[in-house]
Ligand binder design. Structure first.
Ligand code: ATP
Ligand code: LTN
Length: 332
């Protein structure tokens, strides 16, 4: 690979990507390919920290892979693979887990949220989830990690684990930096704009899926919860409108001031319709490309097989050095 900074990121195949996943993370991954060496993966091992139906997980993993390509990730430019195909992630995860404190993991807000939502299955994988995420990143010594703001705490933990390892065993890991977009780092639910838009929301009207058709997208935006005011402007307390303005701004490239003047004197109805249309039009090429790619199973298979091979080769070099550093005997 060329001598550029290295980007790593991953997404869980827990369903179709939402507009939040798209705006906060995935849409930024494609443009980074020209400036950086990029490694992206579908994190199926993370997905099973919450119960999954095996048949659905397999399908969702393949769909997520094709969706990433449809969103502009080019397997010729980036290494694009499926996490469980590359054994070094699990291997490094064990070592990093032995350098992570129980107390640190107990403070993770995602663990607290998810264990509250699934009280009958607080498994140890859910608890050590951030260790596997640190392994994903550190197995490549990545410099930058493009994610939405909800992943910031996990990234800070990854940095702390790397730092501790370096102190114990000598400088080795690069400390990864989060790469969080200035606008759209946290897209909110359309039904409760104080809550993050999430794949696992049980209310379908709260979430725009990037494969929703135009009518569905417009209908969901029309029903979006706003406030009793009438003015389209970005202001504290107007969570619903702020969220719609953020979405509109990221898909049209317009700033808040020009959005405010565009809708001055118009009602929320006009604004919601405009947001719905802009989002649907923006996502149209993704839907078309996804439909095309999904038919070509052989091509997809070739891409993820090649991707896994490259990822293994790259990470194996790093993980075997880690094995040596911690005192494991060379296999010869
Ligand atoms: P789940 O509901 O299954 O936990 P999720 O929707 O939170 O899933 P992830 O696969 O955990 O999605 O996240 C993939 C990427 O999308 C991460 O970088 C995450 O920060 C980002 N992301 C997720 N939701 C949002 C959101 N509402 N706004 C901005 N970015 C988001
Ligand atoms: N935890 C992340 C997904 C994820 C990830 C990673 C992101 C797993 N491994 C490595 C960046 C880098 C999430 O839930 N969004």
């Amino acid at each position: 690979m060329e001598n550029k900074k290295l980007i790593f990121s991953g997404i869980q195949p827990t369903g179709t990507f939402t507009l939040g996943n798209y705006i906060g993370a995935v849409r930024n991954w494609g443009p980074l390919q020209d400036e950086y060496n990029c490694i992206y993966c579908v994190v199926d091992m993370h997905a099973i920290t919450v119960r999954q139906d095996p048949v659905k997980l397999r399908q969702a993993t393949l769909n997520s892979y094709a969706l990433l390509m449809a969103c502009g990730i080019d397997p010729e430019k980036s290494i694009l693979f499926i996490q469980s195909h590359v054994k070094t992630h699990a291997e490094l995860s064990w070592i990093l887990g032995c350098n992570t404190q129980f107390g640190e993991l107990s403070r993770m807000t995602q663990f607290k949220d998810k264990s509250q939502r699934h009280p009958d299955d607080i498994n140890s994988g859910l608890f050590t989830y951030p260790v596997l995420m640190a392994a994903d990143i550190l197995a490549y010594n990545a410099d930058l990690v493009p994610v939405g703001v909800d992943q910031k705490q996990h990234l800070e933990l990854a940095r702390n684990i790397a730092q501790r390892f370096n102190q114990r065993y000598g400088e080795f890991f690069t400390l990864p930096e989060p790469y969080i977009p200035k606008v759209g780092a946290k897209v909110m639910s359309l039904q409760d704009p104080t809550k993050k838009m999430s794949k696992s929301d049980e209310n379908p009207n709260a979430v725009i899926l990037i494969l929703d058709d135009k009518d569905t997208i417009i209908r969901k935006f029309k029903r979006a919860v706003t406030d009793s005011d009438t003015e389209v402007c970005y202001r504290e307390g107007k969570d619903g409108i702020n969220n719609l303005m953020t979405i509109y701004s990221t898909v049209t490239g317009k700033d808040f001031a020009s959005i405010e003047s565009e809708f001055a004197g118009k009602g929320y109805g006009d604004f919601k319709l405009a947001v719905g249309e802009a989002v649907a039009d923006h996502l149209e090429p993704v839907r078309t490309e996804f439909a095309r790619l999904s038919k070509d199973k052989e091509y997809l298979k070739k891409c993820y097989t090649d991707g896994a091979e490259k990822a293994l080769k790259y990470s194996q070099r790093i993980v075997s050095k880690v094995y040596r550093k911690v005192g494991f005997v060379d296999k010869g």
